[in-house]
Write a protein that binds this ligand. Structure first.
Ligand code: SIN
Length: 477
């Protein structure tokens, strides 16, 4: 059992507060508790982060980087424990959870180095005695709100660039998976991240975001979650014109051309679709397969999907875990039912295994063939282990179908033809395009979407810019 308090200003606080009980979505068993903080506790965290900013922002990038590197090393030292905890509170299979710990740690390592490359520039002045200096400075206190689908990586992808840039940070982790965040805070403390630089406040989402929004010392909001909540935060942040990074919903199309490498397309499609039981923003959501390869793809893909083992992620060999909760389950069930009613063929899976008493919700890895554009699964993010497949004829048709959505996070193209791949990837209105690659996420690259999938980028050299203000100094000599 993990019983945590909030981590504010380097102290573990919130003894008397009511508790959130965190349950294992695979068994319904209690995993731990965290306090339910509200506005008051968030104000304390803002004050602590504000106080800490004065010192942290003045340290050299090298000094901040060295502390972050120690944090990175500790994450790897405790990777097994972190991965097990994540499987228990999120449900993702242990192997995948281990992959997430390493992915999360890689952001810390990358930005520990990247902080040293926050360059300004000298621009020729407008007259002989004029000089132009452009410098970059940390934004200030950052308020972060993170999702349950990646309990560690979605924190470090924000925390590491913020700290490397010299900002201080408060995170509100999700109610479903706050324990990983608390364990990260312990490791951050052990790594020597000074008090107030990294704060964790668990609890009431409305109260916490209200406190972020009304305090002008919180200069930046960074959020990963639904487009609906992102829109609300943007409206609330408009009052003080807060800087915003929003990583929102997606509805990733996968285009599989006649000339694709079939084995590669099948393996990558599985890796993309069933990662975290289909509960990622960049998961393959809808498949467009060209007529010449359609039968072969459906056949090989379905055979492999049928072999995926569903279950408790701590058990040997399990590759697909439970859905996070009842509402996630009901959405998946509804989309599958509606598609079948409208004429889709369920080739594999199609059934849910729900236990309302234990609150555990599993759904079989599912393949739907003969799907058409009018089905909900083809235009609303599923967030579950369902692969709907539609046949197409021409590249123009595939591009039109793929771009016909308000979302623009990730898309995938499978073709061995370089000219065709170049044209297709450039025509897709998405922030991330995987070409013969189903899992493009990495610390070195900018992650983020177009249209209603969000604002800003995380990772890569772009990721740190989100935590910097540009200042132009006009000097007359
Ligand atoms: C997400 O689902 O929001 C993140 C997925 C990733 O980083 O690959």
């Amino acid at each position: 059992m993990y019983d945590y308090l909030n981590y504010i200003g380097g102290k573990w606080t919130g003894e008397g507060l009511e508790k959130i009980i965190v349950k294992n979505p695979a068994t319904g068993e209690k995993v731990g508790t965290v306090p339910i903080a509200g506005e008051k506790e968030t104000e304390q965290a803002i004050e602590a982060a504000h106080q800490a900013f004065a010192d942290w922002s003045k340290r050299t990038a090298e000094e901040r980087g060295n502390i972050l590197k120690r944090f990175f090393e500790l994450m790897l030292e405790y990777e097994d424990e972190l991965a097990k905890l994540m499987t228990e509170e999120n449900g993702k299979p242990y192997k995948e959870a281990m992959g997430e710990v390493r992915y999360a740690a890689s952001f810390v390592e990358w930005f520990a180095e990247e902080g040293k490359r926050i360059y300004g520039r000298i621009v020729p002045g407008k007259s002989e005695n004029h000089r132009i200096r452009v410098i970059k400075q940390p934004v200030g206190v950052v308020g972060a709100i993170t999702p349950w689908n990646f309990p560690a990586a979605m924190i470090t992808r924000k925390l590491a660039p913020a700290l490397a840039a010299g900002c201080t940070f408060i995170v509100k982790p999700p109610e479903q998976t706050p324990l990983t965040a608390m364990r990260l805070a312990e490791l951050a403390e052990q790594a020597g991240i000074p008090e107030g630089v990294f704060n964790v406040v668990c609890g009431n989402p409305e109260a916490i975001s209200k406190a972020f929004m009304k305090d002008s010392r919180v200069r930046k909001i960074t959020f990963t979650g639904s487009t609906e909540v992102g829109r609300l935060l943007m409206k609330q942040g408009a009052e003080q014109i807060k800087k915003m990074s929003l990583e929102l919903g997606g509805h990733a199309p996968v285009i599989i051309c006649d000339d694709a490498d079939l084995n590669k397309a099948v393996d990558m499609a599985i890796a993309s679709k069933f990662r975290n039981s289909g509960q990622t923003c960049v998961c393959a959501n809808r498949f467009y397969v060209q007529s010449g390869i359609y039968e072969a793809f459906v056949d090989r893909f379905s055979k492999k999907v049928a072999q995926l083992k569903l279950g408790n992620g701590l058990e040997e060999g399990v590759e697909v875990g439970p859905l996070i909760d009842q509402s996630g389950y009901e959405k998946v069930e509804r989309q599958v039912k509606e598609a079948i009613e409208k004429g889709a063929t369920c080739v594999v899976g199609g059934k849910g295994i729900a236990d309302d008493e234990k609150e555990t919700y599993f759904f079989e890895p599912t393949v739907l063939a003969g799907v058409t554009a009018d089905m909900e699964v083809m235009h609303i993010e599923t967030f579950g282990p369902v692969a709907p497949i539609q046949k197409y004829e021409t590249d123009e048709e595939a591009i039109r179908l793929a771009n016909d959505t308000p979302f623009g996070l990730a898309a995938y193209v499978f073709t061995e033809n370089v000219s065709r791949g170049t044209r297709l990837t450039e025509a897709l209105d998405y922030g991330i395009v995987g070409w013969n690659d189903g899992v493009p996420s990495t610390a070195q690259a900018p992650f983020g979407g177009t249209k209603q999938s969000g604002l800003g980028r995380e990772g890569g050299i772009e990721g740190i810019e989100e935590y910097l203000e540009v200042k132009y100094i006009s000097l007359s000599i």
